[in-house]
Write a protein that binds this ligand. Structure first.
Ligand code: NAP
Length: 250
């Protein structure tokens, strides 16, 4: 029997990982509860915060979790930090599953910034801005009154948000044709994105390249120190199975 695996989710990869491990492995996927109608993975699912790192460590002990895979979004920094602390406290192995970041190609006009706050400064007076950094980070742009924002998000944003804003409710994956149409129909001057990586939202970068539109790219926060990283779901599955070998021999 493999140990009970806790997957910290909220990403396509987390869902694919749960689907790959279940039912051979007991899997619980944890979601923050931000999205009103999330796509649910196979296996058990729990929704809502743990109450910090201590709460997560307690949950790990109470539910006999033998391994944790942090498959959260590369920009979900707090939960990843909490996972590192909780796993250390509860003495369980932890793996971070992180899809590779995007790399600029020929013809790309990227301006890399370190945070959403810096991205907001970069688009001041920039005309029509296509903002794809998610509704939770809109507060960083709330004071920018000299640009018009087209905000794309899964659920409707709540204030604070920029005064000149239009909302496009949509959820990836997106297509190149669809992204071309968004840029053209809304006469976009600049695109803002996090370096989320992955194929589902990459077509906007190709569409921006084709249209000669500059892209403000927010760099990723680092993975907590000492946490091993897998970049593919297959590697994370292999890691989970290796935990069985270790717990059987240990
Ligand atoms: P965050 O800032 O790192 O976490 C804030 C708090 O939300 C955490 O301290 C934790 O509360 C709770 N939380 C976050 N992820 C959780 C999970 N998977 N299960 C249970 N509790 C969780 O997170 P965030 O950036 O708001 O992202 C929230 C979720 O949306 C994540 O699961 C992430 O994978 C997904 N997501 C995020 C982004 C993004 O750009 N940030 C994009 C797409 C999807 P407690 O301290 O109470 O445990």
């Amino acid at each position: 029997m493999l140990p009970h695996v806790l997957i910290l989710g909220g990403t396509t990869e987390a869902r694919r990982l749960a689907d790959a491990l279940h039912p051979r492995v007991r899997v619980t996927s944890s979601l923050a509860g931000r999205v009103a109608a999330p796509r649910l993975p196979a296996g058990e699912v729990r929704i809502g915060g743990f109450g910090g790192a201590d709460g997560m460590a307690e949950w790990i002990r109470e539910h006999a979790v033998g391994a944790v895979i942090d498959a959260t979004h590369p920009f979900a920094e707090t939960i990843s930090f909490n996972a590192a602390r909780a796993a250390a406290t509860a003495h369980v192995p932890l793996l971070a599953l992180r899809r590779p970041g995007w790399v600029p190609g020929e013809g790309d006009d990227w301006r890399e910034v370190g945070s959403l706050v810096e991205a907001a400064e970069a688009v001041r007076g920039a005309g029509r801005v296509f903002l794809t950094t998610g509704r939770m980070g809109l507060a960083a742009f709330a004071h920018v009154d000299d640009a018009h924002f087209l905000v794309r998000s899964v659920d409707a944003p709540e204030p604070p948000f920029p005064p000149r804003m239009e909302v496009l409710l949509d959820r990836g994956p997106f297509t190149l044709d669809g992204e071309r149409a968004v840029l053209a129909d809304h006469a976009i001057d600049v695109l803002v994105t996090k370096d989320s990586g992955g194929a589902a939202t990459a077509p906007k970068l190709a569409a921006a390249r084709e249209a000669g539109i500059p892209v403000v790219v927010v760099r990723r926060p680092p993975v907590p120190e000492g946490v091993p990283v897998a970049t593919t779901v297959d590697d994370a599955v292999t890691w989970a199975h290796a935990q069985r070998a270790q717990s059987a021999s240990g």
